[in-house]
Design a protein around this ligand. Structure first.
Ligand SMILES: Cc1ncc(COP(=O)(O)O)c(C=O)c1O
Length: 416
């Protein structure tokens, strides 16, 4: 390909993506947008630089500004989550989990985690990061109707296998886990209790979900870009110095050399915004998810956990299989300007992964753009038209774009 043609193509595709995503209703549960202020500090000279090691004790010169920013970011996060120890050098949620596996376990050790159909993440499995570390993973049973872990079975499994790690926290995450009980079990069998907060970190910051550290988790691993509206990256948080040190050692110099410094000013701004507006944003997010669940259910969609109010998080899950598969639903919705993902549902065989029964929806990004409960009813009606009535997606798409065009500014954000 001609180099100039390729250059123009790359620029055009990037710009086209920007305007396309600005005009779609994004319901992917693992995504979010940063505020304009956070974005403005994300693009900086820091993206070219190295700062190996800890602030003020680096291996290179040229780090006097990032030393201050990294220290400030770490302190803000310590305050926000009530954590004595925080490492911001983690590049992703998967890497946070990997650092835990390397720091706290050895090949051949066992771990208990949720299966992927029951909401667990691929990094919790033997085919993902846990397997890369050589861990043997046992899935604890999940009550599919209630969408919650069967804690008594978890206890039995822990007593039988004596795991090194018990891992809580999900990708499909509707209701909080019983952290306190899991901690008692972990202590009894000598395991570390790890809580993967990738999805719900923003709700935890806004005090609208459980507080895993207070309830007993030894370590939190997380991403910083799902309900928490920061740049893509990860974190490790803890109040257990001994375990934290082991994980930190695995992270650096084990898994990270340079930690992509340009993330940190944006992470600091997102942390400030969550300190200031987090409670309001997280409250509206949960209210929106519940409103969307109710409106979808009343419109004839099979929303999970109807008996329990559908959700206590930013997500809902819908079994679309009586109308179309989850993959077909996700494709049809995208044609209608609504972006979401197909998802395995609790109890479903893992082999269905490419053609699962349902879809997962997250409302955090649309909440950031200012949507409230009434707007969720409008989204439910669009989903109903696509999935239940199988209406022409072009026609639905026009209405979806019209709705989206009313929400262009990121709320809950600070200005210069
Ligand atoms: C529960 C959970 N943990 C970890 C991850 C991985 O995070 P990242 O994409 O930042 O590696 C995800 C990603 O969606 C997740 O859902």
């Amino acid at each position: 390909m001609d180099l100039d043609v390729a250059k123009d193509l790359i620029v055009d595709l990037t710009n086209e993506n920007n305007s396309w995503r600005e005009s779609t209703i994004n319901l992917i549960a693992s995504e979010n947008v940063m505020s304009p202020l956070a974005e403005s500090v994300y693009f900086s000279d820091f993206m070219h630089r190295y700062a190996e090691g800890d602030p003020f004790k680096r291996f290179y010169r040229g780090t006097k500004y990032i030393d201050k920013i990294e220290t400030l970011t770490t302190d803000l996060l310590k305050g926000l989550f009530g954590a004595q120890f925080v490492d911001v050098r983690v590049l992703s949620g998967t890497m946070a989990n990997l650092a835990v596996y390397f720091g706290l376990a050895s090949p051949g050790d066992t771990m208990l985690a949720n299966g992927t159909s029951d909401g667990g993440h691929i990094s919790h499995t033997e085919i993902g990061a846990a397997g890369c570390r050589g861990l043997k993973v046992y899935q604890y049973p999940f009550k599919t109707k209630e969408c919650e872990i069967d804690m008594h079975e978890l206890k039995k499994l822990a007593e039988k296998h004596k795991p090194k790690i018990i891992l809580l926290g999900n990708s499909l995450y509707l209701f909080p886990a019983n952290v306190k009980y899991a901690k008692e079990v972990a202590d009894k069998v000598g395991a570390t209790l790890v809580y993967d907060a990738a999805h719900v970190l923003g709700l935890i910051a806004g005090k609208q979900f459980q507080d895993p550290l207070k309830e007993g988790a030894d370590i939190i691993t997380t991403s910083t870009h799902k309900t928490f509206p920061g740049p893509q990256g990860g974190l490790i948080l803890s109040n257990n110095e001994e375990k934290f040190k082991l994980v930190k050692r695995a992270l650096f110099p084990g898994l990270v050399c340079n930690h992509h410094l340009h993330r940190l000013p944006a992470l600091a701004i997102a942390s400030l915004e969550m300190i200031k507006y987090g409670e309001e944003y997280a409250k509206q997010t949960v209210k929106n998810a519940q409103a969307l669940g109710k409106a979808c259910y009343e419109g004839g969609l099979d929303v999970l956990a109807a008996d329990k109010g559908f959700t206590k998080s930013h997500q809902i899950a819908i079994d679309t299989s009586t109308k179309m598969s989850g993959s077909e639903a996700a494709i049809a919705c995208e044609k209608a300007g609504i972006v979401l993902n197909k998802n395995l549902l609790p109890g479903e065989p893992g082999k269905n992964v490419f053609k699962p029964k349902g879809i997962r929806i997250g409302v955090q990004e649309m909440t950031r753009y200012g949507m409230i409960e009434g707007d969720m009813e409008l989204i439910a009606s669009l989903l109903h038209r696509v999935i239940v009535k199988k209406e022409n997606t072009k026609r639905v798409g026009e209405d979806a774009r019209e709705l989206r065009s009313k929400f262009t500014e990121v709320k809950y954000s600070m200005e210069r």
